[in-house]
Design a binder for this molecule. Structure first.
Ligand SMILES: Cc1cc2nc3c(=O)[nH]c(=O)nc-3n(C[C@H](O)[C@H](O)[C@H](O)COP(=O)(O)O)c2cc1C
Length: 389
């Protein structure tokens, strides 16, 4: 499906109405979380919906979007529109990717496989998390010809790290996303109150458990002693922060583009570029890490100003509808990553649910782009917005 076709999802839904059919679940991004809650167990639901500490950053993410308003322009000849764009050599039908979301099998048994299938059908890239419930190779197979990137949680064992990177390259993941903001898990009251953490229950460990270098370091195989294998893995990536000088290690072992995810300060973006990185993802992890952190959207303009001319600047945290995508693009993002909404789609209905959420977002995006007087993402600049006090 090409960019200009995305808005047709609206016609499809209304035409289905003539046969008495309505969408499988809500098209309203603000109602999606409540709808998912009705279908999910409290552990998985709160693992997705919950945030760090008081939830202030998650609320700030949304408030930052609400403070910006689009100022539509009329009679701009916006009938013909294209959402197409290219990011780091990956052609995108729209400036949207699926954010890395780990442990997707807590949402649906098909987990990342379902997400990969739905995304590939639409040509939207997935960013597969290190904490995937399926292996790199299984998800690559499900994604087929679809574009795919890999997100690294950086293990402190170099041989294991290199082995995982090599597998990712061999399985067709083109771009590496290195998440910096989760070197240890934040205080997350919703999960703590239920004593619910998927990883220590063995979920989201398919990549290390299938890795030859990781397995070589175990006294007993994961099949014989799953508990020890999981604890060995957890000890490899929890609680280990690093310095900027260590990025050269990743640069040496990955020959494609590398983005650093979780950057919120322009000086960090500058250091990323100086360290040979290809760009950054401005993100506060959906408010799940530093309680009280700056809204990601508020951090975006200064980072785009600092490095946007020479590096890729992507964005996530708080994107819910088409207007949000436009606002982030106007403030300097080359594309955005969608997080929780597609996780809720997966929880509703597997691949069909992810497809429904994604088609809805893309339709809303295309319609709102045109109705606000623009023909392509490249037309957007801060001039498209006003800011409320
Ligand atoms: C359930 C869940 C799991 C996540 N897992 C990962 C992960 O494994 N790796 C990562 O880099 N980010 C992870 N994230 C963060 C997302 O990539 C993204 O930054 C965040 O969802 C954006 O916030 P939003 O969903 O509120 O828009 C996760 C987010 C959620 C909600």
């Amino acid at each position: 499906m090409s960019g200009p076709g995305f808005g047709n999802y609206q016609n499809e839904i209304y035409l289905h109405g003539l046969e008495g059919r309505i969408p499988p679940f809500t098209t309203d991004p603000t109602a999606l979380e409540a709808s998912a809650r009705e279908r999910m167990e409290p552990g998985p639901f709160w693992y997705v919906a919950g945030s760090a500490g008081s939830g202030a950053t998650d609320r700030a993410n949304r408030a930052a979007f609400d403070q910006r308003r689009l100022v539509p322009r009329m009679l701009t000849d916006a009938t013909e529109r294209s959402l197409r764009t290219t990011v780091l050599g990956t052609e995108l039908p729209a400036p949207v990717l699926l954010a890395p979301v780990g442990v997707q099998s807590i949402l649906h048994p098909d987990g990342e496989l379902a997400t990969a299938r739905a995304a590939a059908e639409l040509g939207v890239p997935i960013v597969l998390s290190t904490a995937s419930s399926y292996t790199l190779e299984q998800v690559a197979e499900a994604s087929g010809a679809g574009p795919r990137w890999f997100q690294l949680y950086w293990p402190n064992d170099d041989a294991v790290c290199v082995s995982i990177l090599e597998r990712a390259r061999a399985a067709g993941y083109t771009t590496l996303v290195v998440t910096l903001d989760t070197w240890t898990l934040a205080w997350r009251p919703h999960d703590l109150d239920q004593s619910y953490l998927p990883f220590i229950r063995g979920v989201g460990t398919a990549i290390p458990l299938s890795d030859p270098a990781f397995r070589a370091g175990l006294a007993r195989s994961p099949e014989d002693d799953p508990g020890s294998a999981v604890l060995h893995w957890v000890s490899m990536f929890t609680g280990t922060d690093r310095g900027w000088d260590r990025l050269s290690f990743l640069r040496a072992h990955w020959d494609g583009p590398i983005l650093l995810k979780g950057v919120l300060h322009p000086e960090d973006a500058r250091r990323a570029v100086d360290a040979g990185m290809d760009g950054v993802i401005v993100s506060n992890h959906g408010g799940r890490q530093v309680d009280g952190a700056i809204a990601a959207l508020d951090a975006l303009p200064a980072i785009a100003e600092e490095v946007g001319a020479e590096a890729e600047v992507l964005f996530d945290s708080g994107v819910r509808g088409g207007a949000d995508v436009l606002k982030a693009l106007a403030l300097g993002a080359g594309a955005v990553l969608l997080g929780r909404p597609y996780a809720y789609g997966l929880a509703h209905d597997g691949a069909d649910g992810v497809r429904h959420v994604l088609r809805g977002l893309l339709a809303d995006l295309e319609l709102t782009l045109g109705l606000s007087g623009h023909r392509s993402p490249a037309d957007l600049s801060p001039a498209a917005l006003t800011r409320q006090p």
